[in-house]
Design a binder for this molecule. Sequence first.
Ligand SMILES: [Zn+2]
Ligand SMILES: [Zn+2]
Length: 343
Amino acid sequence: MQVGVCYGPGDIRIEDKPLYVVQKNEVLVRVAYCGVCPSDVRVYAGLSTSSTFPCILGHECAGIVEAVGKEVTSVSVGNRVVVDPTRRCGRCDNCRRGYENACENADYSRGSFAEYTVAWESNVYKISEDTPLENAAFAEPLASVLHGFKKANIQQGDSVLIIGAGPIGLMHLQLAKLAGAQCFVSEALNARRKTALTFGADAVLDPKNLNIDHPLVPKRGFEEVIVAVGKVGAVQQAAKLVAHGGRLVLFAGFYPPEPMMLDPNHLHYKEIDIIGSYDCARWDFEQSIRLIESGKVNVTDLVSNRFPLYKLSKAMEAVMNMSGLKVMIMVQDIAQEEHKESI
Ligand SMILES: [Zn+2]
Ligand SMILES: [Zn+2]
């Protein structure tokens, strides 16, 4: 099978590897699509501190079951599936306390920038026949967005500010709209501001002139602000825009990490909650699939570029230069079939 192996920053090679042999509780998946995540790009750009090389990246995978281990009962050959890349132990302190997204013994399935991947049965989810596999490949990022959305506790009629209109920000926008909120989006790139409007933003703002006196900003501030960019400046700006008793959700990680100055009195007197949101749990994953299957969240229009596996490096660069939105790797001919018209 063909595999995209990352040997170090900027160095991805497509190699021929022997096909995986499935263990008794594993599922072999023929990968159709795998989305490129900013965390993949961080490794490729040499910004990740936790990565070891060589590695196979790619964790937003949808495909078709090719083989199953002898103890697997919930999926069978030919099923259309998505893979939750993280296996949580269920035994560690965090898992037992309900934070399985932060499992201390988390184990990750092998990367999906490859023609095949293997996953544990517990991490393989069937999707409906009429859900395009490309849409299904959004299950993991949408599950993480859903995790943050729940923490934001958005109520009908709230005014919500989303900072950053990349694929993640645009999914936050759609969930906030579904929750009945009035949604504002702050984004530096003009093209992305326009896209945010097509995804239902009530107003878009340029962070350069975003402040509490801006005519579009509610005088009381926003009940919820979701920061979907990893910039300390954005959080500092956001903190000043949260309404009394409101919530500020830090959705993105910060690379490289940077200390942040905030006026503690501002938080104290305005009773602001600052909330972190990281990754997702199994129930987020499950709900994410339902949202995709029902078409309630439009993921189709989030895809801006599609690359075959052998152009993986180009795909990484497309994410890095922010020229589009979601970049998809179309791995196998099943993917090419779905997109015959667009090729
Ligand atoms: Zn991801
Ligand atoms: Zn655990």
